[in-house]
Design a binder for this molecule. Structure first.
Ligand code: ARG
Length: 271
């Protein structure tokens, strides 16, 4: 052994024993500070994907997307900060680099892809018509003459506008938050809304005066489901996709689907 090597070994041993004694050379607060913080934008009006939970006495954003984001941030060695805003403000926030990524049950459409980059799809959804119980609104044709609520800036807004083009008696109203839409239906100021299945199921379960029907798929190629959005050209997409694939392979994703969507989730049944 050369002298230099030996010295290194001795140094290694010395460091090892310092660590073993519980005294690490770099205090943990230095390490914590060295971790970069990623800021995630979301629209927390979308249970079980993301919503404000006040059960702890404090307002906290929780949900399926938040658990995935925390897992990815941890795997990649980042701290995570979650900021809530209106859904229609999310893409502008990415474009202005005010957030590093967005998770908001956001569907990767061709139109959005012109302005932002997307990860792989991590969860698939279908559209439904939600309405007061007994309304029996099951297809777009049933919406003739109805006031139909949609969330501003969503693919559901696009879809409803498409229906209204075909049948101008459909009165499409765009609101900022899903919760407002639900309240307007309950109050009778809207007749229906177009909302994704798992979200509609949650609202219908907690509001027995509401019912929902899945809309028969007209265009099987239409983009459905959720992906993570990034500013165009973001270097992080590949890393996020790698962790997402790992979550699928390890069963972590199924664990979170079960936690947030329950055993009846079509995503679990499909496997
Ligand atoms: N998946 C739909 C879209 O991308 C709706 C998402 C709404 N998300 C929300 N957090 N409110 O347009």
């Amino acid at each position: 052994m050369t002298l230099l090597k030996r010295r290194k070994t001795l140094l290694g041993l010395a460091l090892g024993s310092v660590a073993a004694a519980g005294v690490w050379l770099e205090p943990s607060w230095v390490q914590a500070q060295a971790r970069e913080t990623l800021t995630m934008g979301t629209s927390p009006d979308y249970p079980p994907y993301e919503y404000y939970d006040t059960s702890s006495g404090q307002e906290q954003i929780v949900g399926f997307d938040i658990d995935i984001a925390n897992y990815i941030a941890e795997e990649l060695g980042f701290n995570l900060r979650v900021v809530g805003m209106d859904f229609s403000g999310l893409i502008p926030a990415l474009q202005a680099n005010r957030v590093d990524f967005v998770m908001a049950g956001m569907t990767p459409t061709e139109e959005r892809k012109q302005n932002v980059d997307f990860s792989d799809v991590y969860f698939v959804a279908q559209n439904t018509i939600i309405a007061r119980a007994g309304s029996n609104l099951a297809t777009p044709a049933d919406l003739a003459g109805k006031r139909v609520g949609v969330q501003l800036g969503t693919i559901q807004e696009e879809e409803a506008k498409g229906y209204a083009e075909a049948d101008p008696s459909i009165d499409v109203r765009s609101l900022n938050k899903i919760g407002e839409i639900i309240q307007e239906i309950k109050a009778g100021r809207l007749d229906a809304a177009i909302i994704e299945d798992t979200v509609a199921a949650g609202f219908a379960a907690s509001n027995p005066d509401l019912e929902f029907n899945v809309i028969p798929e007209a265009d099987p190629d239409a983009p459905r489901g959720s992906a993570i959005a990034f500013p165009k050209g973001s270097p992080r997409v590949a890393d996020f996709n790698r962790v997402l694939a790992g979550m699928e392979a390890s069963g972590k994703m199924d664990e979170l689907i079960l936690k947030w969507f329950g055993e009846d989730s079509p995503a679990l049944a499909a496997e």
